[in-house]
Ligand binder design. Sequence first.
Ligand SMILES: *Cc1c(COP(=O)(O)O)cnc(C)c1O
Length: 406
Amino acid sequence: MIAPLSVSFRAGRHFLQIPGPSNVPDRILRAMNRATIDHRGPEFARLGAECLEGMKTIFRTEDNGHVFIYPAGGTGAWEASIVNTLNTGDRVLMFETGHFATLWRRIAEKFGLNVDFVKGDWRHGISAATVEAKLRDDPSHAIKAVMCVHTETSTGITSNIAEVRRAMDAVHHPALLMVDAVSSLATCAFRQKEWGVDVAIAASQKGLMLPPGLGFNAVSAKALGASQHARMPRSYWSWDDMLAFNDKGFFPYTPATGLLYGLRESIRMLVHEEGLAHVFQRHQRLAEAAREAVGAWGLELLAEDPREFSSVVTAVMLPGGCDEAEFRRVVLNNFDLSLGAGLGRLAGKVFRIGHLGDFNDLMLCGTLCGVEMGLAKFGLPPKESGVVAAMAVLAKVPSAVASGAA
Ligand SMILES: *Cc1c(COP(=O)(O)O)cnc(C)c1O
């Protein structure tokens, strides 16, 4: 046997199947591989305007709304949503859907909001009936915002935002509706105008297939109005300064020019070439195949309600006594495949398979194959082949591309 000279090179492609950052397509990498231009010059104005307009299409923002783009991540965009719309001491309604909801709550409390955090079991989404009951209980309209995570990336559960809106309307409550769409945007339907979402929060590194580094606030006219009366201190995140500059395609401070080249390419791919309807269908189909694999392995999904299954990520429970961190180590070391960790109270118990962004049938099968081989190596041999089960779903559910419907 020939001893390896070095183990620092690993042949073949790394599989990055965490639920964000997602894989960046070559086309986007090439689009970003350009000299930085003057961010006050005419060429930049066209780039800025194309990105701002394109993001309104992706969020399905109302005509009078606006999308703010920050050099930031989802966490920054969370903070921006709070400081632009609310006042210290305001009551807000939030829901313990999982780890990301818990983090957003922590930020809200740091800014002195009075958070009513509706307890959850991390296996279900937001109950619209609870929203309605809580708001009915608030005839004086002390609650200023209802803050929801759309797809809770830690659990693989997507809440029904249209139902949350219906619950708010049923009791004619004027609170702002704020939605974390960080992982749901461009992976499943998101309809800001139709659902009456006042502030939608997103980031670049999930469905938009970009590297991390851009944060978004998509804002309704009502939220823009609320920002006129919100007195929390803000500077970097201030919508006012941004609006004046964005009007001409510019930004008040240096934007992330390289990422904006990538965003323009992403918008062209998602909106103008593949089409958002197909993007959502593709995600749904791959997610269904992934869930089928989990059942074949003899493992349990964390998500309990099929109506809430997410297209972005599948969270899988390991039997008691099995450590997901150790399992993920086995998979990474043997197959160069990164899976998502158990977050917060799910650490050690749940691993997550990301199936979002630039992703297709064969990438899914490769990913599931890595999990399947990893389970055997880990000492938890799969009951049946999940890959075969997933292939059956892929064969049965047509892809719009293959059928020429795209
Ligand atoms: C990834 C993610 C975030 C955090 O985004 P960062 O860019 O890491 O700050 C927030 N919410 C959800 C639902 C996410 O998936």
